[in-house]
Write a protein that binds this ligand. Structure first.
Ligand code: ADP
Ligand code: MG
Length: 682
């Protein structure tokens, strides 16, 4: 950005010290910040036909008052005013809260224009604005800004207007002419002006498109520059991989690898063999066979004389991985051990010593792996499973334990492409998009909770056929204690119901690790037929004989999580079932349950979930790692994001970009990000 844009906001006429301070509170420090304080929405004063308005949408209508307004008071300050209103032959109710003073302006037979939120079921508008007469306002779409303290939207509009007058001519174009022409988008100055003072909706959208593209392009350029810098810097190690040894190992697996598994193994091997440090994301749906891929890669690294570490989020998962890796790798005389919170005292000291001496070549663990006293002899490969559960910081700590080990992040949460390329824009991505042959689709049903009896009958039928069932209990956010209580209650009900016939186990996060082990062991031996659990079984648990997954209060879960849970069944030969007990109230909630019954494809689900809930919700609050875009929205604008990414890739690798004058603005931006000289990659 150029000099004028970097001036403190106080240089705008009309902004004094006090106002500047308040603007600072909104993270507006410079003139540029002020001009890029975009409206978070627009009030649309264009008159609309109520038939075209969706439930809960904001609307402006004009009509004739049909009844004297009645006012009700609730206590001293609260009141509700309402009256009947005829809009284009449709009789509706208009309600205003705490604005009894409007009463004098509302006379039967007079014409008014009302803006507010439309409730389709009650045929009511909850008003936010009232104007006399049926005339449209002159500015039909008005920007609304996020404000705080004494600042109002009106005041901000005034400051921006003033800033545009004073500094508008100094707004530099950062995008080259060529891109403006290709996409037929306005200049930055034009775009800013139209966004803040939209002459009409069309022109505002056009302007928005430009700013969205710019924001995505800058972000992607930064990511791509990081990626290129990482690759150019040969700070990794080229491990000597023997293809024959790998082939031999793959041949003696109990099953042939799928084509997708082979492909990702190749991709990962190339990274490991090359001299740059691998930074790769491996995505694959539940059951797509990521563990085997991990095993092949770790085997290869260990054969080359290095150590490998696998970090997982839970104790249960760690133990399962140890089991399956042992069975795969011990025939090759590779030692696999666990390092987790439950490994203590002498045992722990022993394992630490073996890691440091290099005697132990493969360690699987939880957070215990990143403690200070864990030292490796020569760590060559770090794999994290369910990577989004680990913070960036934890991943960095583990990576720093070796000298630039290669890093592979595995996730079974199919991250929609749109999100993957924005969150993990600086990573390479491998995808296992194929299931091992012979997998049956899990039949999924959505039922109201009041047919629990029938669900229990269904479970019993499967048990009689020799199968087992999971029952997952309501998830109550923010409170593990309540989750546990729920599981205990449900366990009691089922235990009563099946008394003397079947054994019902109980699993939750508050059990001691050894108790958890016992419960899991009993279930996997089919000594327990039904396992009531909180979501601790979500990842990784593998009991192929289980064919029924019942999920209570399914509407409380994200689709990605429901899919994870559902993935606990369908792991054997038999047909499996998932029953979602849910009574969602909202349309979105119902839609989500329906989608679950319609597809088993995790990628399809995650795309739909993203559309329905938005990216923040997708991973759970604050975990998404998404950058804070000022105007762009990764869900809504995902096409633009893809275009911007492709453009960024092309630009970064083109000669013109680094030499041509027209790209100077973009180049300077990258330099300012400290990508090219900085060492930080994360
Ligand atoms: P993920 O970790 O991706 O959820 P796993 O690696 O746990 O999946 O694999 C799920 C199951 O499928 C395991 O029992 C595994 O042995 C089996 N499996 C993996 N790859 C194949 C394959 N190519 N053919 C048949 N079965 C496979
Ligand atoms: Mg797995």
């Amino acid at each position: 950005m150029n000099e004028a844009m970097k001036k403190p906001v106080i240089e705008v006429n009309g902004i004094g010290e006090e106002t500047a301070k308040q603007l600072n509170g909104l993270r507006i420090f410079t003139v540029g910040d002020l001009l890029e304080h975009f409206p978070f929405r627009y009030e649309d004063y264009q008159l609309k036909d109520l038939h075209d308005v969706k439930h809960e949408e904001r609307v402006t209508v004009s009509g004739i008052v049909q009844s004297e307004p009645s006012v009700r008071y609730f206590g001293k300050k609260k009141n509700r005013l309402s009256f009947r209103f005829l809009v284009n032959q449709v009789l509706i109710t208009v309600t205003f809260f705490n604005r009894a003073f409007l009463k004098s302006q509302i006379a039967v037979g007079s014409e008014l224009t009302i803006t507010g939120k439309w409730d389709q079921h009650r045929m009511t508008i909850t008003g936010s604005e009232l104007n006399r007469g049926g005339e449209q306002k002159e500015q039909t779409i008005a920007p609304i800004y996020s404000v705080s303290g004494k600042l109002t939207t009106k005041a901000i509009r005034k400051f921006i207007y003033q800033a545009m007058n004073q500094f508008g001519n100094e707004i530099n174009e950062i995008l080259p002419q060529e891109l403006l022409q290709t996409y037929k988008i306005p200049t930055k100055k034009e775009a800013l002006s139209r966004l803040h003072f939209p002459p009409n909706a069309e022109s505002m959208k056009h302007a928005r498109r430009r700013m969205v593209y710019e924001e995505f392009l800058l972000f992607q350029l930064k990511m791509q520059a990081f990626r290129k810098a990482n690759r150019d810097r040969t700070n990794g190690r080229a491990l000597p991989i023997s293809r024959e040894e790998i082939e031999h190992f793959i041949k003696q697996l109990p099953f042939p690898l799928t084509a997708a598994q082979k492909r990702v193994v190749d991709e990962i091997m190339q990274d490991i063999q090359s001299s740059y440090r691998m930074n790769r994301l491996l995505q694959g749906d539940v059951g797509s066979g990521k563990t085997v891929v991990a095993a092949v890669c770790m085997y290869a690294v260990i054969c080359a004389g290095y150590q490998a570490a696998l970090m997982v989020p839970t104790e249960i998962l760690a133990e399962q991985h140890v089991q399956s890796l042992k069975s795969l790798l011990e025939p090759f005389e590779i030692r696999v051990e666990l390092l987790s919170g439950s490994v203590k005292g002498k045992k722990r000291a022993e394992r630490l010593a073996m890691l440091e001496s290099g005697e132990l070549s493969l360690v699987v663990g939880t957070h215990a792996l990143i403690q200070d006293d864990v030292l490796f002899h020569n760590l060559g490969l770090v794999i994290t499973d369910e990577q989004h559960r680990f913070g960036v910081e934890q991943r960095r700590v583990l990576r720093d334990k070796g000298e630039n080990p290669d890093v592979l992040f595995m996730t079974a949460t199919p991250i929609p492409r749109t999100l993957a390329i924005s969150v993990f824009g600086d990573m390479d991505v491998s995808i296992i998009d194929e299931m091992p042959a012979g997998r049956k689709q899990i039949e999924t049903y959505w039922a109201k909770p009041d047919i629990l009896e029938r669900v229990l009958d269904f479970i019993e039928k499967e048990l009689l056929a020799g199968r087992q069932a999971y029952v997952i209990c309501p998830l109550i956010e923010e409170s593990e204690k309540l989750d546990v209580q729920n599981a205990i209650d449900v366990h009691m009900i089922l235990d009563q119901h099946f008394k003397g016939k079947w054994k019902v186990g109980l699993m939750h996060g508050r059990l001691h690790p050894s108790e958890k082990d016992a419960v899991m062991e009993s279930f996997s031996q089919n000594e327990t037929q039904i396992l009531v659990s909180t979501t601790v079984v979500e990842v990784g648990v593998n009991v192929p004989n289980a064919t029924v997954m019942v999920i209570y209060d399914a509407e409380r879960f994200g689709l990605a999580q429901l899919h994870q849970l559902r993935g606990r069944v369908g792991r054997g030969e038999a047909q499996s079932y998932c029953i979602l007990l849910a009574d969602p109230k909202s349309e979105v909630g119902k839609e989500r349950m329906k989608i679950m019954t319609e597809t088993n494809d995790g990628f399809v689900l995650s795309e739909r979930d993203l559309e329905l809930r938005g990216p923040g919700d997708f991973f759970g609050a604050k975990q998404s790692g998404l950058p804070d875009f000022k105007i762009a929205d990764v869900v809504h604008d995902y096409r633009a994001l893809e275009v911007a990414r492709q453009d960024a890739v092309n630009l970064i690798h083109s000669k013109e970009f680094w030499e041509d004058k027209s790209y100077e603005g973009l180049r300077r931006y990258i330099e300012e990000q400290g990508v090219l000289n900085g060492q930080k990659i994360d």
